[in-house]
Ligand binder design. Structure first.
Ligand code: COS
Length: 401
């Protein structure tokens, strides 16, 4: 039985604990049917994601990813998002992906959409009837968002988009994309706007599929004279960079939570193996070298959980910008999960690298989390930037005294 004692931590209230239980129940009772076998799911990831989104929507769980857009953070409760991702990731990387992308792809609408945009998109995302996607990255603008070149030029009735995007989760599956493009109100981060682009918009081309080590729907998008009406602009013209960053401030903690789910699963698998595998006439768990590994893994899991839920609690209960907390949570949880999973594979020995073993799947699943939604190096830049900014502000205050 996985350790759920962290649910007693003071970060959570009844609402979050109940939601965690609902996800736990869904993962135990409904997920196996919605997913099929891991091998089948990997063979047809696009079909699997559609099925998973439908099943999560039917169970009423997607309203946590796409609430009605009212209230602070557009109604998104980051603690619940994190608990959901942690629970789903422990069971299946693809189920976590299906849930998370409904949130990431619709959060800019929850946060910045007009009443009409929220009405048009959020209920369908929440019901699992529409799949959402977030289209920010470009071949030459991954970590450096401000370098994007996809353009949005005014035209009669709205804007025309030209350019291309890559590393887009749910490319070819999504019913709409939140697309960031250079609209030219200013240079760098100042001249980017966000648009909701329906998948059937003329001029939007679903490019090539990108095959990765842990299969997920991922691909490129092309825009050629793609027309979007003026009412599909999200937020203020030129406000796109802040929309992207504010969305990532919420979702980076949840990436940490998904890594935490993978890490907990790896620890559980390793402990079960260490207790049952016999070596030199005793259980593996009796060997002190193995005990040291288990201690390090358990410590890192708890430390990651504290950082993830501190960040989520800060957003929900304090509000405002939480870039420092979110980046710390994502950086630590993903890096440590990689190490924990690697140790779990080691404890399994040869079996750990056999296709179909849970730890082998986790070993492939975790790698991308250290890269997407801001690579570990970017998280370090953000943390250092926030620490130095606070120190400079403090120093300026001191010199005025
Ligand atoms: N919330 C609100 N506003 C934010 C913000 C946030 N989380 N982060 C930055 N901003 C604002 C800043 O306050 C600044 O506003 P002013 O110019 O009014 O002061 C503006 O946005 C520009 O910020 P900054 O100077 O930090 O921009 P940089 O170009 O230096 O951005 C990083 C740097 C690297 C942090 C940014 O480009 C980034 O996060 N890159 C990674 C992107 C990513 O995650 N890609 C993966 C895509 S999703 S799979």
């Amino acid at each position: 039985m996985p350790d759920r004692s962290f649910l007693d931590w003071p970060f959570f209230g009844v609402e979050q604990r109940d939601a965690a239980q609902s996800f736990e129940r869904w993962a135990a009772e409904r997920l196996p049917t919605a997913l099929g076998s891991d091998e089948d799911a990997e063979r047809d990831v696009r079909g699997s994601v559609r099925r998973l989104v439908g099943a999560l929507g039917e169970a009423g769980l997607l309203h946590h990813a796409a609430p009605d857009g009212e209230g602070p953070s557009g109604g998104l409760d980051v603690r619940t998002l994190c608990l959901a991702r942690e629970t789903l990731a422990r069971a299946s990387g693809l189920a976590d992906f299906a849930f998370a992308m409904q949130g990431l792809g619709s959060a800019p609408i929850s946060l910045y959409g007009t009443a009409a945009q929220k009405r048009r998109y959020l209920p369908r995302v929440s019901a699992g009837a529409a799949v959402a996607a977030f289209a920010l990255s470009e071949a030459e603008a991954g970590s450096d968002v401000a370098a994007m070149t996809t353009s949005a030029r005014p035209c009669p009735g709205g804007f025309r988009l030209d350019g291309s995007k890559t590393w887009i989760s749910n490319a070819g599956v999504a019913d709409f994309y939140v697309v960031f493009a250079r609209s030219g109100e200013g240079g760098g981060t100042k001249g980017i706007s966000a648009f909701i682009v329906d998948a059937d918009s003329p001029g939007l081309d679903i490019g090539r599929n990108i095959d990765i080590i842990a299969p997920h729907p991922l691909g490129t998008l092309g825009f050629e004279n793609c027309r979007v009406s003026a009412d599909q602009l999200l937020g203020e013209p030129g406000g796109g960079f802040k929309i992207a960053m504010a969305t990532l401030d919420i979702f980076r903690s949840t990436v940490g939570a998904a890594a935490l789910g993978f890490a907990r699963r790896a620890l559980d698998e390793a402990v079960a193996r260490a207790l049952t595998r016999r070596l030199f006439g005793q259980a593996l768990a009796e060997l002190q070298l193995i005990q040291a590994k288990i201690a390090d893994m358990a410590l890192a899991v708890d430390a990651a959980a504290l950082l993830v839920y501190r960040a989520a609690w800060s957003k929900d209960c304090r509000g405002g910008r939480i870039s420092r907390e979110a980046s710390m949570a994502k950086l630590y949880a993903t890096e440590e999960a990689q190490r924990i999973i690697d140790e779990a594979v080691q404890i399994f020995g040869g079996l750990g690298v056999v296709r179909g073993m849970a730890v082998e799947r986790l070993y492939r699943e975790i790698r991308a989390l250290r890269i997407y939604e801001g690579a570990s190096e970017v998280q370090k830049l953000i943390i250092a930037g926030q620490v130095l900014q606070a120190a400079r502000a403090g120093a300026a205050g001191d010199s005025r005294r």
